[in-house]
Design a protein around this ligand. Structure first.
Ligand code: DCP
Ligand code: CA
Ligand code: CA
Length: 346
């Protein structure tokens, strides 16, 4: 019998900023692009819970966030700081299990099957929460369940500062009333496709057969069928930590100025490289992204012969990929660079 525990920090970037700036305590805080009095471009990375009361959320254009709450505290993204804090939190979490899978900068799964019971697992969950609060002054939400899906949905269930335990006998009831969006791999497109058949909750989904789901969602159908019944893997992927590491940048004004583009691009490459170094990772594939003024967006990638971690490899490969896009007539709105096929330096 597997018991999985999922930890996810609450309003991560914003909580770190609040901790570093006690003067903002209790105020709504938004972390992301500079709002420039409502004229700013780029998006919200995240915001704290008081700011969420205004309807602000991750990924929202910063100009809209500003319109919703001009008096919120707006802060820039300080990635180096968050990566450092993330490392400390993960170190605390790691002490409590022999197996850990870190899935992003602020969340991880632990396999706590050795505890052989959900009461013991709950106690451990509380202990981890207390320790992170005491040592790092941050709150997190913890979910515990028989597999990764249930643990993750459980940690999301009560936020912030939640602790939710779903024992195997409660899995079906727990999932039933929830939105289909809680299932892994169900994004806005699949949600809409299913909504068109009147399917909104996980319970609705269970009314369809495997064949019907395949007709609607293709090869993802059978997996939806299983997930809606709470069936999902429990195995952790421990060698490869994050899947990618990258940066995007939205220009102040759409531009064709090659020097400006290359300067920003170079800075982003260095930023990613610093994060790679901080996390002791190497990479094999470089991907770039270009969005033109009309939002037409392209990605292009190249894989190297072996895993590397030097700045020149990033810079040269990324520039080579970018070259063709600079010849276009259109101005560029956004550029991005990311590393894939990451591997720890072991
Ligand atoms: N993030 C981002 N852009 C997004 C989503 C997230 O830059 N579109 C960053 C900022 C978040 C961090 O990743 O602080 C973790 O993302 P989560 O989805 O876990 O969201 P939060 O931790 O901010 O909030 P929650 O309390 O809902 O977990
Ligand atoms: Ca989080
Ligand atoms: Ca998260």
């Amino acid at each position: 019998m597997h018991i999985l525990l999922h930890v996810d920090l609450d309003a991560f970037y914003a909580s770190v900023e609040e901790r570093e700036h006690p003067e903002h305590k209790g105020k709504p805080v938004v972390v992301g692009a500079d709002p420039k009095g409502g004229a700013g471009r780029g998006v919200v990375a995240t915001c704290n819970y008081p700011a969420r009361k205004y309807g602000i959320h991750s990924g929202m254009p910063i100009s809209i966030a500003y319109r919703k709450c001009p008096n919120c505290v707006f802060l820039p993204v300080n990635m180096e700081l968050y990566v450092a804090v993330s490392g400390k939190v993960m170190e605390i979490v790691r002490q409590h299990a022999e197996k850990l899978e870190q899935v992003s900068v602020d969340e991880a799964y632990l396999d706590v099957s050795r505890l052989k019971g959900y009461e013991k697992a709950r106690e451990l969950g509380q202990q981890i929460k207390d320790e992170i609060k005491q040592k790092e002054k941050l709150t997190c939400s913890v979910g515990i369940g028989p597999n990764k899906l249930i643990a993750k949905v459980a940690s999301d269930f009560k936020k912030p500062d939640g602790l939710t335990v779903v024992t195997p006998d409660k899995v079906l009831d727990f999932l039933a009333p929830q939105s289909i969006r809680v299932l892994r791999g169900v994004g806005p497109k699949t949600e809409l496709a299913l909504n068109n058949y009147g399917i909104k909750t996980v319970a609705d989904l269970r009314k369809l057969s495997r064949e019907q789901l395949t007709a609607i969602a293709g090869s993802f159908g059978p997996e939806l069928y299983e997930q809606s019944r709470g069936n999902y893997p429990s195995e952790l992927i421990t060698e490869w930590t994050p899947k990618s590491m990258g940066r995007n940048y939205t220009f102040e004004h759409d531009t064709k100025d090659k020097n400006e583009i290359l300067r920003v691009f170079d800075e982003m490459c260095q930023d990613v490289w610093k994060q790679l170094k901080a996390e002791k990772m190497r990479f094999k594939t470089v991907t770039i992204r270009v969005r033109y003024e009309d939002f037409d967006t392209h990605t292009k990638q190249k894989s190297l012969i072996d895993y590397v971690d030097n700045i020149e490899a990033i810079r040269n490969t990324a520039k080579e990929l970018l070259e063709g896009f600079l010849k276009d007539q259109r101005k560029i709105r956004l550029i991005g660079v990311s590393m894939h096929q990451l591997k720890g330096e072991t």
